[in-house]
Design a protein around this ligand. Structure first.
Ligand code: FES
Length: 163
């Protein structure tokens, strides 16, 4: 994704304050970028591009380094996530057992691609590398719940059962 395609996000005053506190707690420490981004994501739900720039300025490192970290690790999100974050494992075992079909069905039904969130902010879709549960492939994870041996044709039963 190009930086120019990322959505602008207006931080609320309390979010600005929280971001400033997180950064100042780590300022001057080695290896501060990852913990700072982790805490910001935990607080805001994702890492807006303007916040990345702020992190770079305040930690005294180039923008591209912060962007590089934020895009390298799949647990960081540059886009707002939905109430239900659906992660579909696309590691080899899951792929072979229907992971691709699972992604295709969710895409078709929700009208979003991996990395996107529905307009009502209810669902986000992501694909991940192996999550270390190959024995129960194919696997999807929705928020903190792992669903094992998912039937690709019935994946929407799971998604639709979320209140
Ligand atoms: S490939 Fe999906 S859990 Fe390993």
């Amino acid at each position: 994704m190009r930086i120019a395609d990322l959505p602008k996000y207006e931080l609320k005053p309390e979010e600005i304050k929280a971001v400033d506190q997180i950064i100042s707690k780590h300022k001057g420490k080695n290896g501060a970028v990852i913990p700072v981004l982790q805490q910001i994501q935990k607080r805001i739900g994702f890492i807006p591009i303007d916040v990345q720039k702020k992190v770079a300025v305040q930690l005294g490192i180039p923008d591209k380094n912060v962007y590089g970290v934020a895009t390298f690790y799949s647990f960081f999100s540059l886009m707002p996530r939905g109430k239900y974050n659906i992660q579909v494992c696309m590691g080899t075992a899951c792929f072979v057992k229907g992971g691709k079909k699972i992604v295709d069905n969710i895409q078709k039904e929700l009208g979003i691609k991996p990395g996107q969130t529905t307009n009502d902010r209810k669902y986000s879709l992501q694909v991940t590398r192996c999550v270390g549960a190959c024995g129960i492939a194919p696997v999807i994870i929705i928020n903190d719940t792992v669903y094992k041996k998912v039937n690709p044709l019935k994946v929407m039963d799971i998604v639709c059962s979320l209140e």
